[in-house]
Design a protein around this ligand. Structure first.
Ligand SMILES: *[C@@H]1O[C@H](CO)[C@@H](O)[C@H](O)[C@H]1NC(C)=O
Ligand SMILES: *[C@@H]1O[C@H](CO)[C@@H](O)[C@H](O)[C@H]1NC(C)=O
Ligand SMILES: *[C@@H]1O[C@H](CO)[C@@H](O)[C@H](O)[C@H]1NC(C)=O
Ligand SMILES: *[C@@H]1O[C@H](CO)[C@@H](O)[C@H](O)[C@H]1NC(C)=O
Ligand SMILES: *[C@@H]1O[C@H](CO)[C@@H](O)[C@H](O)[C@H]1NC(C)=O
Ligand SMILES: *[C@@H]1O[C@H](CO)[C@@H](O)[C@H](O)[C@H]1NC(C)=O
Length: 559
């Protein structure tokens, strides 16, 4: 290599260089910086400081050049410098004019390695060694005593999973490690963890009775470290995420988290407001809770509200955890929002037409209808009609609600015993029964049930009730036409086509059994008369009821 390589230029050397330039400027030659960034990283990084890069005297030409080819920076005499395929190139014609970083838009990043690299860098960022359009700066913190910063394109450090990348000049400047200090307390262990005991009235306060916990945080580390505060009913806990009590692990999703500033998790909880009343002195406590106002709990330690019912049905509501009293039959404790203890202990009617029969749907003949104490306070009552025609009532639960599968129609309601009355009102109801005894004569409401919705059939198909006398089993059958199996039976097993009767109004399939069987009985009588008179003619009699009928159909009696 020609020229001088000067790593640490002394004043003498700088003087010498200037002298050389002065002398040469008169002659027919030029001095140019001469390097490539593969061999010498500084070749692409210097901002034009004198004496950092080697130079060379060009003997046969009068231009210097600088180019970037395949992300490598070249500087040298005009003709010697590669420019084929250059992403950037420049020529100039004065001594040492090919200095500096070109193009000027190259990304600048902080460069450092090791222990001193952990703190936020003090030096200015330097341009990246190679020229890439989409270069990035990185900060890679390995431990609290080892970190690396630089340009991703330089590839002289293998990035760990913790590396943070960014693409603005000097952006890899964040502190690499710090200590997070959190407030730590648990209301189960000591007072003052909920609200500051010394300034209770101020809702925007910080608690002051706590210990401190600390945790080391590294930039970009996988584990999310934070200060937390957690509130659940009468308990409040604050602390460091790395020192979390194991019984809180299931509630991590509900934690309030913060990461910036010391004791950032010390904010007071909002003071609880509850309904405070007793139905013994205040009837409204049971009958109309909306008429009672919420009151702020006087104790800073009361972070929840309760509602309890006594064995004599009286209701008590108030601040804090529920009282203990053997007369209490049930209670709940809550903490979400103001007056959360306004919910009543609801009771709902519970039944299913599968077990209780029609009474559960038509509400006319009670029996097998129970009272359900809802497990969930304030739960709505529901009455549901499924696609298969079953009607059911009960407290709303996750398994039993208007959004359950196969629900055809549904009515939720608020307040105890509200799920009463016939349901569904809009659907056609038909008597659904089979047999010689109960089904023979219909008294109002006895067996009428909502029809199932026809499966795989257009919904606008008009619903109908049906009734017939089954000539096989010799019994009366009543039901819904939307029950397709039953409808086929009705067509095939009734005396003949006209004997499968359909109608379209509520519970209309209530013809007396006598009437339904009359046609068949008449026919059988006529047939036996006919047979005895002309015994010579053999008659094929199809037992299923769709054989060839020799008798006129006029004997069918219309009602
Ligand atoms: C990578 O190279 C640059 C110069 O291009 C240098 O400043 C930096 O310290 C080097 N980094 C490592 C980790 O060696
Ligand atoms: C509570 O602490 C936070 C974080 O330390 C602070 O920003 C805020 O000003 C404090 N509030 C009061 C009322 O002292
Ligand atoms: C309950 O009390 C509120 C407010 O006093 C009143 O507007 C409402 O009509 C009452 N409701 C009943 C059912 O008494
Ligand atoms: C009590 O608080 C609840 C919940 O915010 C609210 O719905 C209710 O209206 C409040 N009652 C009164 C009387 O302010
Ligand atoms: C119901 O029982 C509780 C607790 O035993 C008692 O305080 C209250 O007075 C009783 N209520 C009535 C209406 O007797
Ligand atoms: C009707 O459907 C409901 C809900 O899918 C089910 O619980 C019930 O057992 C069914 N009844 C009959 C008779 O299939």
């Amino acid at each position: 290599m020609h020229g001088l390589k000067m790593n640490r230029p002394s004043n003498f050397q700088r003087l010498f260089l200037l002298l050389l330039i002065l002398l040469r400027s008169r002659s027919f030659a030029i001095v140019c910086y001469h390097c490539d960034s593969m061999a010498l990283p500084e070749c692409s990084q210097t901002l034009g400081e004198v004496g950092v890069l080697p130079y060379k005297e060009c003997t046969t030409e009068l231009t210097c050049a600088m180019s970037i080819v395949d992300s490598i920076t070249y500087r040298g005499c005009g003709a010697e410098t590669p420019i084929t395929g250059a992403a950037y190139s420049k020529t100039c014609s004065s001594n040492l004019c090919n200095a500096g970083v070109y193009p000027p838009g190259r990304l600048k990043c902080h460069h450092c390695a090791g222990q001193e690299c952990v703190a936020a860098p003090a030096a200015k960022p330097k341009p990246c060694r190679y020229h890439f359009e989409e270069d990035q700066c990185y900060t890679d913190v390995i431990s609290s005593s080892d970190a690396y910063r630089g340009c991703a394109s330089e590839q002289n450090h293998t990035l760990s999973i913790a590396a943070k990348l960014c693409d603005i000049n000097g952006c890899n400047e964040d502190q690499g490690a710090w200590i997070q200090v959190c407030a730590s307390c648990d209301s189960v262990i000591g007072r003052g963890c909920k609200i500051d005991l010394f300034q209770v009235s101020n809702s925007r306060c910080n608690v002051s009775l706590y210990e401190e916990c600390q945790q080391d945080v590294l930039l970009g580390e996988q584990e999310d470290k934070y200060c937390f505060s957690f509130r659940r009913l009468s308990r409040v806990v604050r602390g460091c995420s790395t020192k979390m009590p194991s019984d809180l692990e299931p509630y991590v999703e509900q934690f309030e988290k913060c990461r910036v500033g010391d004791h950032c998790n010390a904010g007071c909880i909002t003071q609880q407001k509850c309904l405070t009343c007793n139905s013994v002195d205040q009837k409204l406590c049971r009958t109309n809770i909306t008429a009672i106002s919420n009151s702020t709990c006087s104790s800073a330690e009361a972070s929840s509200c309760f509602s309890c019912e006594y064995s004599n049905w009286s209701i008590q509501r108030g601040c804090g955890a529920p009282p203990t009293n053997p007369q209490i039959t049930k209670c709940y404790e809550c903490d979400e929002g103001t007056g959360c203890n306004s919910k009543d202990f609801t009771r709902c009617y519970q039944c299913s037409t599968d077990l209780a029969g029609a009474g559960c749907a038509n509400w006319e003949r009670p029996g097998e209808i129970y009272i359900e104490e809802c497990a969930e306070p304030g739960a709505p009552c529901v009455v549901v009609s499924y696609n298969n025609g079953t009607t059911a009532r009960g407290c709303q639960t996750s398994d039993f609600s208007c959004t359950s599968a196969n629900v055809a129609s549904c009515r939720p309601c608020e307040g105890s015993f509200c799920n009463k009355g016939s349901f569904p009102e809009k659907r056609l109801w038909c008597h659904q029964c089979r047999g010689v005894q109960d089904c023979e004569e219909i008294s109002r409401g006895q067996t009428a049930l909502p029809c199932p919705l026809p499966a795989n059939e257009p919904e606008n198909q008009e619903l109908a009730c049906l009734e017939y006398f089954d000539i096989n089993s010799k019994e009366i059958v009543r039901g819904c036409r939307s029950n397709s199996e039953l409808y086929y039976e009705c067509l095939l097993r009734s005396n003949h086509l006209d004997s499968c009767r359909t109608c379209h109004s509520q519970a209309c399939n209530n013809s007396p059994g006598q009437e339904l069987r009359a046609a068949y009985e008449l026919e059988t009588k006529a047939l036996s008369m006919f047979q005895s008179k002309s015994s010579a003619i053999s008659i094929k009699f199809a037992n299923l009821g769709y054989g060839i009928w020799l008798l006129p159909s006029a004997i069918y009696i219309l009602n």
